[in-house]
Ligand binder design. Sequence first.
Ligand code: G3P
Ligand code: MG
Length: 394
Amino acid sequence: MPRFVSTATAAASRQAHSYLLAGTPASRFAALPAGCRGKATLSGSNVKTPAFAFDMDGVLIRGGKALPNARRALEKLRGDNPQNKEIPFIVLTNSGGESEASKAEKLSRKLGLKIDESQFIISSTPMRTLVPKHRNDLVHVVGPHACKALAQKYGFKNVLTSREIRDWNRHAWPFHVRGDEHPQEPAPHDLANTPVGAILIMHDPPDWGLDIQLIMDLLLSHRGDVTTRRNPLSVAESLSSSSSSDPGLPPIPLYSSNADFLWANEHPHPRLGQGGFLAALRGVWAQMVDDPAAQLPITTQFGKPSAPTYDYAKRVLGDGVVGGVDAVGDVYMIGDNPESDIRGANANGWVGVLVETGVYKHGDALDGGRKPAVVVKDVEAAVDWVLEKEGVLN
Ligand code: G3P
Ligand code: MG
């Protein structure tokens, strides 16, 4: 049984990683998509199999299009190499905003190669580990509307969107927001009598203004009761361990799925990501609590380079190989973003391989934890470099 999923949670969250739970290693192995069976471990010997984690934006695709050689690179891991070896790989992306299945399906169509949902980790996937704690809480989900269904699919029973909070009290944000052209829906939850238990930023918010206002209201409320407002200074005090008097309970938990300040799409210059939103949110928070150095009270930061995401990915990789995570040798993170992909790989004992098809531009600084094992022109060159190093090409 994988370590991180309790039987109850396993029962609740089945989709993307259902093979993680069922039966013996051999039957789990049989249930795996082809590209996930590291043959090396079959012989029960302690030969470890290398494994790959591919970033998506700027490595496999850029905007709506597959990057050249991306399909060829993956085919080499599906046995098209001199030793016909199948090497396990996952896609580990900070993007999100829709289900793993739909992302995997779209990427498979762009590449013309089947990527299974079980091989796909988006920025919010590791938030599944929050379900045991917040299953029955009312959780405010920030991100595109599709995040509501995704949170429910993960196992959160009571999910509330920013639009629904605003529909409950239009004065909360008296400016036009996306969807205002549609008739106002009755708010599904009576927020006067139902406190919000946690805030999950599941993907880059489409409406920064609305979401900054609503998150502020909740962080400054009494334990998630949106009809209340605490003194911001005492809230800030409740967060600092050195407070003298009893400043009351800290704000409700705030989770973020990724902190990418920039990401690469069709635009010639990288775009602001969720990290840009977090920077704006922190600016307002610091002014609100009258402390320029104040940090956002984020309970858990997910997404590359954070450890919770790499731990989750390690388990998914491990459970794709007979013998589990102990049978996985070096894990190669192929990424375009030194700040998330390479810093994360270095901090989590993986090998970082940086490509020049996305955020990173030749000559950009690669110091302080962002130094990759090698910089190569694209994803196929990255796979070749690893297969050469692992002796698979001879
Ligand atoms: O943060 C934005 C996200 O789209 C970056 O995706 O695949 O480069 O981690 P990826
Ligand atoms: Mg990228």
